[in-house]
Design a binder for this molecule. Structure first.
Ligand code: ATP
Length: 318
């Protein structure tokens, strides 16, 4: 099996034409395809991998734009279109003080209405990897759809990958976010987090946190370190894989493209839930997977946007 199946939100991000203003002051916005799991699928496809995105959009022009954008980079879309709600929108600005302003139009958005019975078995049965995040865990019915699909993909033999990607502005409270994100750890073989997310979720440093995360069920914890690269912790290893120095201009999508590069390499390595810990402990294997993922993330920061910034395999190897 080679297919990397990503399920979750697919939405439009409206980003300011110029940075440095509060949202109330921005006059011009550009549309960009958004949604972390969709970005991961796009990253895999751009590298030449076999990627499928499962989600729900409105039967509206923005939904059509999103499907077209994913198809153009080679993602196979398994997307349900609905009249019940419109495609989700998020307006985002980067203020002069470095803080981000968000305004979400999700009352509800179509992605939140994905139901478990809409996720077809044929979309999951050929999955080498099933990847999900936490935005689709915030409300029902998409929460149950996300978790049910994870269990079904796991039963078909897929490696389950989880990037909690904490977006507190979307949750009713920080406590609700923490509880739900932690509750789903046992479903995952691989979990990718940042140091800040470990601190938020567990209130401890990265070293202690990685061990605590392993005790909750996942076999591989990947801690992203920005320009420093990443740290990989399993029962057999704890290594830092140094990042690739670049002149970063926009870090949007770096975490998602890193995950895409990592999953692409794990499939190439033939990783399965049963063998992943031993496969990564083989000489050179962790470097092969994670130095590649670091390069994918690094290149993404050198260009604006998320999907438009994704590298091809030739660029990563060049
Ligand atoms: P998010 O995109 O949600 O912020 P994240 O916190 O996981 O996710 P980062 O740690 O910023 O994202 O980046 C992910 C990966 O991309 C890093 O592990 C690294 O490999 C690469 N990367 C990010 N920023 C840089 C940079 N300035 N220079 C080189 N590589 C980078």
């Amino acid at each position: 099996k080679t297919c990397i199946v990503c399920l979750g939100e697919l939405l439009i991000d409206f980003v300011p034409e110029v940075n440095g203003q509060a949202l109330a002051d921005v006059t011009g916005f550009q549309r960009a395809a958004g949604g972390a799991p969709a970005n991961v699928a796009a990253a895999v496809a751009k590298l030449g991998g076999d990627a499928r995105f499962i989600g729900k959009i409105g039967r509206d022009p923005f939904g059509d734009f999103l499907v077209r954008t994913l198809n153009e980079v080679g993602v196979h879309t398994a997307v349900v279109q609905t009249d019940e709600a419109k495609t989700g929108l998020a307006f985002v600005s980067l203020r002069a003080d470095g803080e981000r302003d968000f305004l979400f139009f999700r009352d509800p958005a179509a992605d939140m209405l994905l139901r478990a019975d809409e996720v077809q078995a044929q979309w999951l049965e050929d999955a080498a990897v099933y990847h999900f995040g936490s935005v689709s865990l915030i409300t029902e019915p998409c929460r149950t759809a996300t978790l049910d699909a994870a269990r079904r993909a796991r039963d078909f033999g897929a490696l389950v990958s989880y990037d909690p990607n904490v977006r507190l502005a979307l949750w009713p409270s920080a406590d609700a976010a923490r509880a739900e994100i932690l509750a789903q750890l046992p479903l995952a073989d691989l979990v990718k987090v940042s140091e800040e997310e470990i601190e938020f979720l567990l209130g401890v440093d990265a070293t202690t946190g990685a061990q605590q995360l392993l005790q909750r069920g996942p076999k591989v914890i990947i801690i992203t370190l920005g320009p420093e690269g990443c740290r990989v912790v399993t029962a057999r290893q704890d290594v830092v894989i140094p990042g690739t120095p670049v002149a970063a201009v926009d870090t949007t999508g770096a975490g998602d493209s890193f995950v895409g590069g990592m999953l692409y390499q794990l499939v190439a390595l033939g990783a399965t839930p049963a063998n992943i810990v031993d496969a990564l402990a083989e000489a050179g294997a962790a470097e092969q997977v994670f130095a590649f993922a670091n390069r994918v993330g690094a290149i993404t920061t050198t260009r604006r946007g998320a999907i438009p910034a994704l590298p091809t395999l030739a660029e990563v190897q060049g």
